[in-house]
Design a protein around this ligand. Sequence first.
Ligand code: SF4
Ligand code: SF4
Length: 319
Amino acid sequence: MKDKQVLPDVQPKKSGISRRSFLKTVTGTAAGIGISQMFNPALIQALEKGLERHPVIWIQGQGCTGCSVSLLNSVDPSIADILLKVISLQFHPTVGACEGELAMKHVYEVAREYEGRFSFAIEGAIPVAENGKYCILGEIDHKEISMMDMVQELAPMAGSVLAIGTCAAYGGIPAAKGNVTGATGVMDFFKTKNITTPVVNIPGCPPHPDWIVGSIVHLLENGIPELDYDGRPKLFFGNNIHDNCPRLDDYDEAFMAMSLSDPNGCRMDVGCKGPDTYADCYKRKWNSGMNWCVNNAVCIGCVEPGFPDAMSPFYEPAY
Ligand code: SF4
Ligand code: SF4
């Protein structure tokens, strides 16, 4: 693996909260509570005063834009705070004002200017069939640039790569049965091209905004977070949903009575994939902490490699 500098080489300036206290707060609370709660305005101010905004280039291949929409739903910090105080989003295909050849040239200029220091966010799978022709991002001097080309050219220049969403991390829905485009996840693509830039997988269909923001904050403050076997930050994907589910007592009772086909509140009988899934949805919840899948439906294992095929049919009991 290349020895790349992830962070801009900027010395922290003095702020109302010391850098040491900021780091202590970040690392001390991140595991126990959500990023949203820890990332209050005072800490954002400290971050703003202490660091250069981190350059990010965000591109999208085979995806539904749901991951971007999820990030836009970030509440605390708000997307405005993230964009204005935490990162310097140099390109985004959905929210960026710049388009066409100008935008394409800007992407390459930023990559050259911040070589080894920018984060490259990849949303959606990479189609590799037919030399990448199924996803063209733009053109420069009448030469088409495919998703495959851009990833191949820019990923080796990045300090780190964020594979945002299950499609980017593992192929996801575009790579499901009937995949004629050669849809491929980032890490698998890197292996075929000998690209060694560190990758952080942030799966989910879509990923929780805290998982995205939290991973970026960790990159800024502490470098690459500790990852699990599937390349995901343990901070968010380290625990099993079933083991922490509020319906676990119902499951245990049904298991002891050997009646899993009728497990009361547990959703095992209607296909819950919680036992095979690792994420912190049970405590983080969605829509600003209002609800989560198992509350009124089932977990379909959207953060796992092999989703959706490996989890299908969603309604089928796992026992
Ligand atoms: S609802 Fe799902 S995650 Fe919860 S106990 Fe039942 S099987 Fe496990
Ligand atoms: S509960 Fe399961 S299906 Fe729902 S978001 Fe979490 S991992 Fe995905």
